[in-house]
Every structure is written in structure tokens, then in C-alpha cells.
Design a binder for this molecule. Structure first.
Ligand code: PAF
Length: 291
């Protein structure tokens, strides 16, 4: 596994690597969800490439950029064992040099939900992912379903700006109680960690209501809200039952739908979702059960 720091170093290293190249963009502090993406890239591509960059452009001024967890030696050990070939770990001024002033703004799909709650977030994500696509020139790029709107924004950007890589979205990997893996789970104290399983229960409540015949999106959103309200440590930011491509809220769930939510547990903001697609539910994978 080759670890590169500067852009010329990365480009030089990639010239000697076979195609197809699969890219897994990350912000580090890796967990089983990231490793599943790396293993998928390893299985499908001749070169599995990973970026580790805590992207300042996607954090709001009141967000957790400074305390975002970092542990590069641990990340590199995990990547080596997952079979990564090339890792890029740039400094912030390598990605955004002095005088930097170009940003990618995706339209409607980036506006609701996370876009409304975190102004500027998707502008930062789209900009850095565009730069990563230019840096790695990947054939495939791998993202997690946990960040469903991010995946929709990146797909839209790739389509609109003619970026070549195929965007591949992989299932959310979950802890045994259903909590979606996230680097931010490390902020939770033991009591909050137990409470955090309520997101999975709330999404399951919507799925069960749907399976019993409920098609009103208002009622399905209410099923999620009702379950969240049983957990005193959970403060709901939003629940949504939306079209998975446009992220517009639905009146009725008669076809594909993305059930998603953002919830604060103490000071930690968590997001999660279930996807109903072509009549079947993508609820993610519990680690250890098929992962
Ligand atoms: O999902 C993430 O970790 C980040 O948003 C990404 C895609 C690596 C861009 O910084």
C-alpha cells in the first residue's frame, strides 16, 4: 500500500497502477462501513484507492471540524488489512491552496433535509468530491447509503458535469443494536450510545407500518416521530419520507421512497435512513450478519 501526501505524488503513483481504479473518499477515523467500501473496491477494481481528508469546506462554523476524530496510524493499518493499494492524505492547503475560490453548487437535490439543516455542507462535499475525481480519475467511486442525500447530490453532480466514474452506493453497516456506523458515534457516552439505537427502531416502525398497508407519508413520518419521542435523550431535527432521487417529500408511498431522519442525542447529531426500492427494503447490514 502506497501512502501519498501531495497531488503530484498521487498522480505519479497512479500512473503505474492498473485500471480500473476504484476510489473510496473518506474523512478518516475509519470503521467497518468504510472498510466494506474498500473491500468492494478491492473486489471490483484492479486498484483500490482511498482518500483521507477532513474537508473543512463541508463543516459549518458551529460544527465539529476541530474535534472531528482523527487517527491516521490506525486508519492506515485498517486500510492495509482491507487491501487498499493507494492512499492519499493531503494537507488542507494541498486541496485548497492560498487564493482558492472555485466551488461546486448542486441545485434542488441539495436543498432540503441535510442541505437545509447544514447550509453550505453540500457545496463543500460536491467541491471536494469533484477535486477527488480530478485527482484520482477513478473508474468507480464508492459511497455509503447512510449518507443517502450525499450520494444523490454526487450522482447529480457527476451527471451534470460529465464526471466519468460510476457512482456505487453500498449498504449501511450497523452495530448489533442497529445503530449505523459513523465516526461521530465516538462522541456518544454509554447512556447516549444506548439511546442512539432509537433511530433504527424509528425507521423500523415506518417499515412495519408500510408492511401493514400504511401508504400515507404523513402517517409513516408520524410512526417515526412517535418512536423517537419514546427516547428522552433524542431530539428530532427532521423525519422524512421522500423521493430517493429528488428528495422531495411524498404525499403517498406508492413506489420508491427514502425514509430518513436527523436526530440529536445529547450534543451529537446522527442521521440514518431506510430505502424502499422496487418493492424491497434496503435497511443495511448488521455487522457480523453477512458483513
Ligand atoms: O462521506 C464523507 O465522509 C465525506 O462527506 C466525503 C464524501 C469523504 C467528502 O468529504
Amino acid at each position: 500500500m502506497q501512502v501519498t501526501r501531495t497531488l503530484p505524488e498521487l498522480r505519479e503513483c497512479l500512473t503505474t497502477r492498473p485500471r480500473p481504479i476504484g476510489l473510496v473518499p473518506t474523512m478518516g477515523f475509519l470503521h467497518a462501513g468504510h472498510l466494506a467500501l474498500v473491500r468492494r473496491a478491492r473486489a471490483e477494481c484492479a486498484t483500490a484507492a482511498v482518500s483521507i481528508f477532513v474537508n473543512p469546506a463541508q463543516f459549518g462554523p458551529q460544527e465539529d471540524l476541530a474535534r472531528y476524530p482523527r487517527d491516521l496510524p490506525r486508519d492506515l493499518r485498517m486500510l492495509e488489512s482491507a487491501g487498499a493499494d493507494v492512499v492519499w492524505v493531503p494537507e488542507a492547503d494541498e486541496v485548497y491552496p492560498r487564493g482558492y475560490q472555485t466551488y461546486v453548487t448542486v441545485g434542488r437535490v441539495a436543498e432540503p433535509l441535510e442541505g437545509a439543516a447544514r447550509p453550505g455542507h453540500f457545496r463543500g462535499v460536491a467541491t471536494v468530491v469533484a477535486k477527488l475525481f480530478n485527482a484520482f480519475t477513478p473508474d468507480h467511486a464508492y459511497f455509503g447509503q447512510k449518507d443517502a442525500q450525499q450520494a444523490a447530490v454526487i450522482r447529480q453532480m457527476a451527471r451534470d458535469l460529465n464526471f466519468p466514474p460510476e457512482i456505487i452506493v453500498c449498504p449501511t453497516i450497523r452495530e448489533s443494536d442497529g445503530l449505523a456506523m459513523s465516526s461521530r458515534n465516538t462522541y456518544l457516552d454509554p447512556q447516549e450510545r444506548r439511546a442512539a439505537a432509537v433511530l433504527y427502531r424509528a425507521l423500523s416502525a415506518a417499515m412495519i407500518a408500510y408492511q401493514r398497508g400504511q401508504r400515507s407519508a404523513d402517517n409513516l413520518r408520524a410512526a417515526m416521530r412517535d418512536t423517537l419521542s419514546t427516547e428522552p435523550l433524542a431530539k428530532m431535527e427532521y423525519v422524512s419520507a421522500a423521493d430517493p432521487d429528488t428528495l422531495q417529500e411524498l404525499d403517498r408511498v406508492d413506489g420508491n421512497a427514502l425514509f430518513s431522519m436527523a436526530v440529536r442525542i445529547g450534543k451529537t447529531r446522527l442521521i440514518d435512513n431506510f430505502l424502499l426500492k422496487d418493492g424491497s427494503w434496503d435497511t443495511g447490514l448488521i455487522q457480523g450478519k453477512g458483513e
